[in-house]
Design a protein around this ligand. Sequence first.
Ligand code: CO
Length: 163
Amino acid sequence: MAIRNLRYEGDEILSKRAKEIDKIDDRLKELAQDMMDTMHKFDGVGLAAPQVGILKRIIVIDLYEEGSQYILINPVIIKEKGEQLVDEGCLSFPNKFGKVKRPKEVVVEALNIEGKKVRIKAKDLLAQALSHEIDHLNGIVFVKKVEPGTLETVTPEARNEKK
Ligand code: CO
């Protein structure tokens, strides 16, 4: 287990397009585990490889419910339906929060860590997380999509007190 260094706002890697993965080897498996550990350490629900400085198309998600952990390689949204206006943050922007429009439902195709093709039908928070993390792979960060006037800069502690 290893915690990787996160990349933060202003780091140009966050606006680059990540590359397709053509080989699932031990190094990639180690990266996936490290991403999971790093996400858990910072209480995130998702993390994309560019956020730890790796320009590869791999994301991890954990909604902290049974069966809600995902490691997805080369994920693609093949279908989107509806819209939800959601509060959002990002581990690469620790003090920023805002409202973003995300699809209400998505269907995603990807490979799992064994290289098997998987298809995920997601709605609500999982659809939001998939959309957010797949955006990262395309160099799109949530602050670019935030609804005008809703971006707040606040420490996570102050934000928790408000709730
Ligand atoms: Co993010």
